[in-house]
Write a protein that binds this ligand. Structure first.
Ligand code: FAD
Length: 412
């Protein structure tokens, strides 16, 4: 996220440019033609869908260049537009394609120019040699409470290296990634303000995938624990560099303010994007339920002719559009350097996540027995949607962030 000093004057507009409409249509085409037909299979297989990532790479959708292009649009809307379309296609496959983005965002947000140039391309690899990346903040004892991260990073002055030890939990692409961005404690005395982000390449001795997590939804996306056992990495793999870290520590020790925790800084910037993913799932379920309700007949008429069904669909559409406005506002604010004074990023992710769960559950209801079977996609969308009230800050944590922002009080 840019700082307020860098604020530009790009005005907020709901009218998409022709470029944005073209990118949206392109992403939609991939979602409809490649992702939708493959979604059920990969959900059942619970494996990383390399052939689908390969297809995305082939058309330039999975690459660091396209991520850069989606991200540099001044309105901030191109990235959420693309994400919504892909997750409309399928959330598990969508996360397999977009999960690398969290690690890339951490590098782009906290790394030096040289680190960004060196590592972001390595997160994606090339069409002929695909790679993925992982962002590892959570630990068995540190989920919502990222402040209690225990993974340690110790500096070895003699040879300018860092030694990392600890266990990371639930990392998307954990263990299969070439690049792991690991949040670790550099100075226990400073608590969460002593956290920093490190690049740990997969060839580093001592980094290993732990248990692969079997999940309720997003099953085409790989999630696993990551173990770090005396991992020695070069000093230059500390994102932002040692001088900056030393300055920050000195400032904190003198009683000054440190910047946001390394993990929180990444989450703050990516929340509207995560919200747009939830929107894609919600829209898929709403559209499917609408068509079904117009076809299905009971008691001699279409079920949509009953107010109970029609009003549910009306509410689905209203909620989705309301959530999208919050996502777009936060995306525009983040891109244009407007500070989230009222936790607008959290609002967008909170609302979109809850709307996705509610909408997909209502879609099952509209499809009745069919909705509950694996023959129809809405049960998968419901399973996929649930993670959006949990990861990147649970709904309760988003409410805490919003409540603190609007009250100025330390609500717990
Ligand atoms: C599929 C998947 C992918 C993930 N990918 C990643 C990843 O790539 N990288 C990564 O670092 N992590 C990842 N995570 C971890 C995820 O971010 C955490 O699961 C999430 O932050 C919640 O932490 P927790 O599971 O420990 O829940 P807990 O923090 O234990 O929370 C349990 C419940 O208690 C509530 N709660 C906790 N504290 C409070 C409070 N103060 N007030 C009110 N309610 C509270 C929570 O809201 C929640 O309902 C992933 C998780 C999953 C399931």
């Amino acid at each position: 996220m840019a700082t307020t000093e860098e604020a530009t004057t790009t005005t907020f507009s709901l009218e998409l440019t022709q470029d944005q409409k073209d990118v949206q249509a392109w992403a939609h085409g991939f979602a409809a033609d490649v992702m939708r037909p493959a979604a059920h299979e990969w959900d059942e297989r619970e494996e990383t869908p390399w052939p689908i990532i390969q297809e995305a790479a082939k058309i330039g959708l999975y690459s660091w260049e396209s991520m850069r292009d989606f991200g540099i649009d001044e309105s901030g809307l191109t990235m959420p537009l693309v994400q919504e379309e892909l997750f409309w296609g399928d959330a598990g496959l969508g996360m397999a394609i977009m999960g690398t983005g969290l690690a890339a965002a951490a590098i782009a947000g906290q790394g030096t120019w040289e680190q960004i140039q060196e590592w972001v391309p390595q997160c994606y690899g090339t069409e002929s040699e695909l790679k993925v990346a992982a962002f590892c903040a959570s630990e068995p004892g540190a989920g919502s409470d990222v402040g209690s991260i225990r993974t340690s990073a110790k500096y070895n002055e003699a040879d300018d290296t860092w030694t990392l030890n600890g266990q990371k939990a639930w990392a998307t692409n954990g263990g299969i990634a070439d690049v792991h961005v690991v949040i670790a404690q550099t100075d226990p005395e400073l608590g969460s303000r002593g956290h920093a982000a490190f690049i740990v390449p997969i060839e580093t001795k001592g980094i290993e995938q732990g248990a692969k997590v079997k999940k309720h939804g997003l099953r085409a996306s790989h999630t696993a624990d990551v173990h770090l056992d005396d991992c020695v990495i070069p000093g230059r793999n500390l994102l932002g560099g040692k001088d900056k870290l030393d300055e920050r520590h000195a400032r904190i020790r003198e009683g000054g303010k440190g910047k946001a925790q390394a993990a929180m800084a990444t989450f703050e910037a990516t929340r509207p994007i995560v919200g747009s993913q939830a929107l894609g799932i919600a829209r898929a379920a709403y559209e499917y339920a609408l068509e079904y309700a117009k076809e299905r007949e009971q008691f001699g008429k279409k079920i949509i002719e009953n107010q109970a069904v029609a009003f549910t669909l009306a509410n689905m559409k209203t909620e989705i559009d309301a959530a999208r406005l919050l996502v777009w506002r936060a995306s525009w604010m983040a891109r244009n350097g407007h500070k989230f004074e009222n936790a607008e990023g959290s609002m967008s992710k909170y609302k979109a996540g809850e709307v996705a769960v509610w909408t997909t559950e209502r879609a099952i209801q509209i499809l009745g027995g069919n909705g509950y079977t694996r023959e129809y996609p809405v049960e998968r969308w419901h399973r996929d949607s649930k993670i959006y009230t949990i990861f990147e800050g649970t709904s309760e944590m988003q409410q805490i962030v919003i409540a603190r922002a609007i009250s100025g009080l330390r609500i717990t």
